[in-house]
Design a protein around this ligand. Structure first.
Ligand code: SAH
Ligand code: SF4
Ligand code: F3S
Length: 440
């Protein structure tokens, strides 16, 4: 009997690719994707616990699912991912209607856990066992997808003072390079031409395992037939080395964009965060990247209101932004996470103060984003089509090599994934253009 599963994914790309793996695993257990909650037999929340707000969102979604479950006999609720890992059995105390709780190292067990739950068990599987058998599962790929995410490692050993990730994803483990390259090959055979390599700290790929270094992995992937674009994230500024920076001028399929989260611009705050680099070292890498790839786009993450952050420290963050002029960034108010060092630190910043700083930071970023977008107007850019434009379905939406979103009117009715688009105007967050006439 075919059953339907509805997967809702919270958090980062690691969760997105894990959800695609869960979908593939459930496919083997005769589950098909449901279009909406109402025709689902199983709802799976793949959760995040990076900030308190993320936790709240999930508990609120679980509240709705209590009602959904009452709608029909036999409906199941499964909760996986980082919040499930963190809470374990306690999650069920707050949400007794949850049938399965499974952590970040139990993905491959999902079909077994489902069988247990169908037989009236209430399985919880949250050991950080180091299990990586889910890597063997090719993540579910929608028909016609041109871009795919590929896991290169899991976990993190950095223990930045504020961060829950090492606690919920476990120690860093790198995937064998042959397996990664094999997956890229398989994806290209299915029509994929862009791969996004994923890990919490891709620059330390393979170091523990004695695998080939990350730059060599990138070279091997670039030699796979059919690969037109390679991206990777996240780079840790401490571990991004000269060889990797040099690849931006060596591999022409490496996209001219790098996500290089600085978090804060103050030396003192960077040190208490335990990030392992100075502002000066970070800016040196930005300069080297610009030399290797003129015009390269930068994005970052920022935390404001970290314990002990003064107005002066915050000004250092704004000045880093002025120096780099990021194309985009994600910024957050510091959120204390149980079990992390920063949760115990003194010098907490008043919430109103932190919000006000966040507001100023985001206003500055908006200005830089608009300037960087405006600089694209009048240029012709290659766009990888991702789908129909949300506002106008007669137009298409895609991304430039430097990761900017473009909505454009197509001229060709074909299914080509890569189109040449003339950029006509820039908005606050995206570009607008028209497809150029194909050449001869
Ligand atoms: N591995 C990546 C980050 C993963 S988490 C890296 O090293 O950059 C994504 C982002 O969430 C982080 O870059 C940070 O900016 C933010 N973040 C993590 N923990 C946080 C916390 N406790 N409060 C606020 N933001 C946090
Ligand atoms: Fe968290 Fe730091 Fe690891 Fe990134 S590098 S996941 S911020 S501990
Ligand atoms: Fe969230 Fe887990 Fe990613 S905590 S940000 S989903 S690694």
């Amino acid at each position: 009997m075919v059953r339907r599963v509805y997967i809702e994914t919270f958090g980062c790309q690691m969760n997105e690719v894990d959800s695609a793996r869960m979908m593939a695993l459930l496919g083997k257990a005769e589950y098909r994707p449901a279009d909406s909650l109402s025709d689902a037999d199983l709802v799976l929340l793949n959760t995040c616990s990076i900030r308190e707000k993320a936790d709240q969102k999930i508990y609120s979604a679980l509240g709705h699912l209590r009602r959904w479950k009452r709608g029909r006999e036999g409906r199941l609720v499964a909760v996986g991912g980082c919040l499930a890992q963190q809470e374990g059995p306690a999650l069920r105390e707050r949400a007794p209607h949850v049938d399965i709780v499974f952590g970040t190292h139990s993905i491959a067990r999902l079909p077994d856990l489902l069988r247990l739950a169908e037989g009236c068990g209430a399985p919880v599987s949250v050991d950080l066992s180091g299990d990586t058998s889910h890597w063997e599962v090719l993540p579910y790929l929608a028909d016609g997808a041109a871009s795919a995410m590929v896991t290169v490692m899991q976990g993190c050993d950095n223990f930045c003072a504020y961060c829950i990730v090492p606690h919920v994803r476990g120690r860093e483990i790198s995937r064998p390079s042959a397996e990664i390259v094999g997956e890229v090959q398989e994806l290209t055979e299915r029509g994929v031409c862009e791969v996004v390599l994923l890990g919490q700290n891709v620059n330390s790929y393979g170091k523990k395992e004695g695998e080939i270094p990350f730059p060599e992995l990138l070279r091997r992937i670039s030699r796979v037939r059919g690969i037109r674009r390679i991206r990777f994230l996240t780079s840790h500024p401490r571990d991004l080395d000269r060889e990797t920076i040099g690849l931006f001028s060596e591999i022409d399929t490496l996209c001219p964009h790098i996500h290089l989260p600085i978090q804060a611009g103050s030396e003192r705050i960077l040190a208490t965060m335990g990030r392992g680099y100075t502002r000066k070292e970070y800016l040196g890498k930005i300069r080297d990247l610009r030399m290797a790839m003129p015009g390269i786009a930068f994005s970052s993450d920022f935390i404001v209101g970290f314990p002990g952050e003064t107005e002066e420290d915050f000004q250092d963050t704004l000045s880093v932004m002025e120096e780099v002029r990021y194309d985009s960034s994600f910024s957050f108010r510091f959120s204390p996470r149980r079990g992390t060092r920063a949760a115990e630190m003194s010098g907490s910043v008043a919430p109103e103060e932190a919000s006000e700083r966040l507001h100023r930071l985001q206003a500055l970023q908006d200005r830089h984003t608009r300037d960087r977008l405006a600089a694209c107007v009048g240029k012709a850019m290659e766009v990888l089509v991702e789908g129909k434009s949300a506002k106008d379905p007669s137009r298409l939406c895609g991304r430039t090599p430097c990761n900017k979103t473009v909505n454009f009117s197509p001229v060709s009715s074909g299914h080509a994934a890569l189109r040449r688009v003339e950029i006509r105007s820039a908005g606050h967050h995206s570009l607008s253009g028209e497809e150029g006439q194909p050449h001869g």
